[in-house]
Write a protein that binds this ligand. Structure first.
Ligand SMILES: Cc1cc2nc3c(=O)[nH]c(=O)nc-3n(C[C@H](O)[C@H](O)[C@H](O)COP(=O)(O)O)c2cc1C
Length: 296
């Protein structure tokens, strides 16, 4: 079986139309951005809109964050009952100050008994498979044994972003650690971090025992990365194709802009176009600038 290729949860990027695009273009599974378990229980309309999804996006994981096993279990039950996603993912990797200061996200790597309890309790509270997405440690790598315990709590899948929380999104990704964990884990391990090209992805999948990879910003700058990994053909003007797709599905200007800026980032001599996009407040206008930029 070909290893899994997952689209990572990305706040501000992985909206419904974007997830649908990736499901139709090579991703085996997609994830909603993280939402607060507390906000789910309070019935926040904004939060619910972030996790609502269309049938065609399946299989989809809905990601929640929090620090209390009861709140997380009840939020998971509410999500299971109302949305019936294919997976419920618990965020134990977010390094953002606002999140960790409340004991959520990557802060759970500093409160490991609580992390284990949360994984144990949530996976028993629902019938839906539960997964955890985490990092190699908080301020330093914490070694294999904690992750092996985490993998034995009853969860079905473990995703590791191979960096510590304090390194945020830069620096080396410890793929060796991910592969060593995958060798010994009783459940599938998905590796994540810094995969930018189809070659990066193939290289990581060739060694060791990982069950798949999760791609985040590499898919934002190249929405056809999954198709390329699979050796499938891609359309001419892929940037324009992608933007047209999400706009037809009703995507708002902010997300269109974020993708447009990222997709053009690595091109030569595009500063003028990127400035025009950054100042635009209109999706159609952004699309025209991208069309002009990729055709010069
Ligand atoms: C803008 C942005 C938003 C993110 N939002 C989330 C999120 O909501 N939940 C999560 O688990 N990780 C989130 N991440 C982390 C990514 O899922 C991923 O673990 C990280 O970017 C490393 O993978 P990549 O190099 O393939 O992007 C976010 C990362 C970025 C850059």
């Amino acid at each position: 079986m070909f290893p899994y290729l997952f689209l990572a949860p990305l706040a501000g990027y992985t909206t419904s139309s974007v997830r649908l695009f990736f499901r139709l273009h090579g991703a085996d599974m997609v994830f909603s951005e993280m939402v607060s378990a507390k906000a789910i229980l309070l019935g926040s309309k904004k939060t619910l809109s972030l996790v609502a999804f269309k049938e065609k996006e399946r299989p989809i994981g809905v990601q929640i964050f929090g620090g209390d096993p009861i709140v997380l279990s009840e939020a998971a039950q509410a999500i299971e009952e109302n949305l019936k996603p294919d997976m419920i993912d618990i965020n134990m990797g977010c390094p953002v100050r606002k999140v960790i200061k409340q004991g959520y996200g990557a802060a759970l790597l500093e409160n490991r008994d609580m992390a284990l309890r949360i994984a144990h309790d949530v996976s028993r509270a629902v019938k839906t498979p539960v997964s955890v997405k985490t990092r190699t440690g908080f301020d330093r790598p914490i070694g294999l044994s904690f992750f092996l315990e985490l993998a034995s709590t009853g969860i079905s899948l473990l995703t590791i972003h191979g960096r510590t929380a304090i390194s945020f999104f830069s620096g080396e990704v410890d793929w060796d650690f991910i592969h060593r964990l995958a060798e010994r884990s009783p459940i599938p391990v998905i590796g994540n971090g810094g995969l930018k090209t189809p070659e990066d992805v193939r290289e990581k999948l060739m060694i060791g025992n990982i069950s798949g990879v999760m791609i985040g910003m590499g898919a934002v700058s190249d929405p056809f990365i999954f198709m390329k990994v699979r050796g499938k053909p891609i359309p001419d003007n892929p940037e324009v194709y992608f933007l047209k797709f999400i706009m037809e599905k009703g995507e708002g200007v902010n997300v269109v802009k974020r993708f447009a800026l990222n997709m053009l980032k690595n091109r030569f001599n595009v500063r003028r176009y990127r400035r025009m996009i950054a100042h635009s407040r209109d999706g159609e206008e952004i699309l025209k600038v991208v069309e002009e930029c990729v055709n010069v």
